[in-house]
Design a protein around this ligand. Structure first.
Ligand code: G
Ligand code: G
Ligand code: NA
Ligand code: MN
Length: 253
């Protein structure tokens, strides 16, 4: 049976697990939030990264149930951390298709209220690349999400076809600079120029910036020097199982 054929069963059997990658403030690297990144604990193939199955899910009607499952797990995890005295935001990735699901916002509200999680602790990331984010749909749904009180982010910023239109028209809290702009930042003056301009743009539009894909201390340092306040990447922490990341969150309590 193909992966596609196994999707429904995998959902019913809870084979999808959320790993969490830290988002930190610069320069100290204090964890200020986490991003939920799904993994598939496949009974035969082992732990699968989303790269090999997210496209299949997005092309299937399962995407709606899948995203609700991810959202619910993230909200439950946020509640578990609150119970342990850890108050951090938890980000969830949405597929652009999810914006067309009329039941998504009611479900979000229901889960927040059921688990007594403040909406401001949940962040929703939408990528501007890949599956085209329909600006008209996003402009209709983003204000509804804001009204619920969750935070909103544009993911992979700079890689889409209309980055400036998105950042101008969508009222989001955070811009996540795609890692392709970070990779060569210590050696390529053009990347520095682009990052500087993005940071200035975000200051002028009153949005917070997170740089993605930081893998070295040199990259973290230069981003801090350029005025970037938040970062995410393997240098600060890989996506981790809740049992692995929880001790990192509770260690200073
Ligand atoms: O971990 P990896 O690099 O394979 O992730 C590939 C892509 O999968 C990333 O773009 C990431 O945003 C996406 N992804 C991870 N978890 C989720 C999820 O729960 N929902 C959606 N829609 N995308 C996700
Ligand atoms: O599209 P999105 O930004 O959600 O994708 C996140 C993906 O990027 C995750 O699958 C995560 O594993 C991966 N990622 C996170 N940090 C780094 C990093 O420092 N380097 C690289 N190469 N990939 C990263
Ligand atoms: Na993301
Ligand atoms: Mn991203």
């Amino acid at each position: 049976v193909s992966l596609r054929g196994q999707l429904n069963n995998a959902l019913q059997q809870n084979q999808f697990v959320l790993f969490y990658q830290p988002k930190v403030s610069l320069p100290q690297g204090t964890i200020v939030g986490v991003e939920a990144l799904v993994r598939w604990e496949h009974p035969e193939k082992g732990l699968l990264a989303p790269g090999v199955f997210i496209d299949i899910i997005e092309q299937s009607t399962v995407i709606h149930e899948f995203t609700r499952y991810v959202l619910k797990q993230a909200i439950i995890q946020c509640r578990l951390w609150l119970n342990q005295g850890v108050r951090i935001s938890v980000a969830v990735n949405l597929s652009p298709y999810n914006l067309r699901d009329d039941e998504f916002i009611p479900y979000l509200k229901e889960q927040l209220s059921c688990h007594q999680v403040p909406a401001e602790l949940i962040e929703i990331e939408l990528t501007e690349s890949g599956t085209m984010l329909d600006l008209n749909v996003a402009q209709r749904v983003f204000p509804e999400l804001r009204a619920v009180g969750v935070k909103l982010s544009i993911d992979d910023f700079g890689t889409g076809m209309s980055s400036l239109a998105y950042v101008k028209k969508l009222d989001v809290n955070f811009i996540k600079i795609d890692r392709s702009f970070i990779t060569n930042i210590t050696t390529d003056y053009r990347d520095v120029a682009v990052i500087k301009s993005m940071l200035l743009l975000c200051v002028n539009l009153n949005k917070e910036v997170i740089a993605e894909g930081i893998e070295t201390s040199e990259q973290a340092e230069i981003l801090h020097e350029l005025g970037c306040k938040f970062a995410q990447g393997y240098y600060f922490g890989k996506p981790m199982h809740p049992l692995v990341i929880t001790p990192l969150l509770t260690k200073d309590l």
